[in-house]
Design a protein around this ligand. Structure first.
Ligand SMILES: Cc1cc2nc3c(=O)[nH]c(=O)nc-3n(C[C@H](O)[C@H](O)[C@H](O)COP(=O)(O)O)c2cc1C
Length: 324
């Protein structure tokens, strides 16, 4: 167990609409790594929104899941943490980094980087209402003129956060440009609680470089797992055991895609699963031959047996050297 309290220092990032149960169980099937849910809105939990309940319910998952909460009303966090604790959360993370307008306008996500008082009240309310560990994820600051990650990190530490995660971009950058790992290093140098760095990690080697460069206790990967759900386990194996990553074969990628679709069907039912699977198909085959043509065909498929056949035909053809 490391100083973060887990067997791994590699964290799957929370991604709304992506790190749902089908994705989490797929990522976990490849090996070790720490798993986080998509963000769960505390006000929707309060209204007992069934869709939100479903997202927050991690009771039947076989690995520990950190459930991420997002909201801007400190009073709602007490009930929210109690509820997600009942729904199987292993620990709680609070989203103070989401840049989306709808979230920010609700005094939540990265808005909280401008309002440290409200941010600290939210942390206090969460911590006093649960026995679970409470961590916070935030950004470098609101914009380039207001980089306050170090001050924000100290506030989180003073108020009892178990660890913090910093995405090295400002709110106004959204996802553009390169993440600033210098600010992540500065945060690490200024607090005693464990620090996780996040931003632009797309390979185990880059993860190792960022750890060497900043001394962070863990790293978190988001977009790098799209079409590559094995990346979390691969990075863990590289960092912990020095095992060099081997890129999966086309047949292995096909099996992973089919397993992902099966997980989606088990969770959402066939209709919705096939619609959701369209974005994943694009990611799994982005570097493959004739991918554009295949994606266009796949977009119109509405039944699983047809999807299964089309995937098999396409991947099997790609696995055969062209000209044969
Ligand atoms: C589609 C998408 C959804 C995201 N949803 C969340 C979320 O629910 N909570 C959160 O804290 N961050 C969310 N993020 C931000 C990521 O967790 C991460 O901080 C960011 O993508 C930078 O990491 P990366 O460079 O590895 O992608 C999301 C990012 C993407 C691309």
């Amino acid at each position: 167990m490391n100083n973060l309290g887990y067997n791994s220092k590699v964290f799957l990032a929370p991604m709304a609409g992506i790190t749902d149960k089908p994705m989490r169980s797929l990522v976990a099937s490849f090996g070790e790594g720490v798993i986080i849910s998509e963000m769960v809105a505390v006000n929707a939990l309060q209204w007992k929104n069934p869709k939100t309940y479903k997202i927050a319910d991690v009771r039947d998952e076989k690995y520990p899941v950190i459930v991420q909460l997002v909201g801007g009303d400190a009073k709602l966090f007490g009930d929210a943490v109690k509820l997600v604790e009942q729904l199987g959360a292993h620990a709680i993370d609070i989203n103070m980094g989401c840049p989306v307008k709808k979230i920010v306008n609700n005094q939540s996500g990265s808005y909280l980087m401008k309002d440290l008082k409200l941010a600290s009240q939210i942390i206090d309310e969460a911590i006093k209402s649960t026995k679970l560990k409470v961590s916070v994820k935030f950004r470098a600051g609101w914009d380039k003129q207001h980089i306050n990650a170090v001050e924000f990190a100290k506030m989180c530490e003073e108020h009892g956060a178990s660890h913090i995660t910093i995405h090295g971009r400002t709110r106004s950058e959204f996802y553009s440009g390169a993440a600033d790992w210098n600010i992540i290093r500065q945060v690490k140098e200024n607090v005693k609680i464990p620090v996780i760095g996040n931003g632009d990690i797309t390979s185990p080697e880059i993860a190792q470089e960022r750890i060497n460069q900043t001394g962070v206790d863990g790293i978190m990967i988001a977009r790098g797992i799209l079409g590559a759900p094995w990346l979390i386990a691969q990075t863990h194996n590289f960092l912990e055991k020095g095992i060099l990553p081997i890129q999966p074969s086309i047949q292995e990628i096909k099996q992973t895609l089919l397993k992902h679709i099966q997980n989606l069907i088990d969770y959402y039912g066939e209709n919705m699963a096939l619609q959701i699977s369209r974005k994943y198909v694009c990611w799994y085959c982005k570097a493959m031959r004739d991918a554009k043509r295949f994606r266009e065909t796949y977009m119109h498929i509405t039944e699983y047996p047809k999807a299964y056949d089309a995937i098999n035909r396409y991947f099997d053809a790609c696995a055969t050297p062209s000209g044969e």
